[in-house]
Design a binder for this molecule. Structure first.
Ligand code: HEM
Length: 168
């Protein structure tokens, strides 16, 4: 599993897209992921997952300071991203272009521990939202490497906020 994809189901055949130089290999949409979106329960369930997730992040004294005071926009983006990543509609990329999640996370100093807590909150949020254990395992199998890919605490990367810019 490789991270960071502009998940637009049906637009690519697996393995046909080459990453730009210096970028990690792109993860390709697959039938399994499209199916996963249905199996998870679609938009209403993901909305609940994101609400549960952000409530946990907001209650976490280690992660809370990384996030803006108002998390409304982050919640919205996370819903759109997860829908796309799971094989639903591609609303995230329609608005913001390529996810380039690692780059979009440069403004936040993320260490290994923070990535682990992020994942744990996401796993608990999926359980709280009633996602099945098989689906949770498959999703964590993809999100685990992606979360570790966000770790940037010991790197000298640009920390300026990117806002809502559209990326190629
Ligand atoms: C699988 C791992 C992750 C995924 C899929 C993910 C996904 C996202 C997405 C889609 C956004 C919105 C980006 C944008 O368009 O501006 C975002 C924002 C953010 N993420 Fe992550 N993220 C991950 C890991 C992490 C980790 C490990 C941390 C740190 C603990 C983190 C902290 C943040 C923060 C602080 C924001 C800004 C939120 C806001 O503006 O309200 N993320 N993330």
């Amino acid at each position: 599993m490789t991270p960071d994809v502009p998940q637009q189901p049906g637009t690519q055949q697996p393995g046909t897209q080459q990453p730009a130089s210096g970028q990690p290999p792109m993860r390709q949409p697959t039938t399994r992921q499209a199916n996963l979106w249905d199996r998870v329960g679609g938009r209403e369930v993901i909305k609940r997952v994101v609400a549960e997730f952000y409530d946990r992040v907001e209650a976490d004294p280690e992660l809370r300071p990384l996030f803006p005071d108002d998390t409304a926009e982050g919640r919205q983006k996370q819903e759109e991203f997860l829908e796309q990543w799971l094989g639903g509609e591609g609303r995230y990329s329609a608005k913001y272009g390529h996810p380039r999640l690692r780059m979009r996370h440069f403004p936040f100093v993320i260490d290994q521990r923070a990535a682990g807590r992020w994942l744990r909150h996401m796993a608990e949020a999926m359980r709280a939202a009633g996602v099945g254990e098989q689906e949770i395992a498959e999703i964590l199998n993809g999100l685990g490497p992606l979360a570790r890919h966000m770790v940037n605490a010991h790197e000298d990367v640009p920390r300026e906020p990117l806002g809502n810019i559209r990326l190629q």
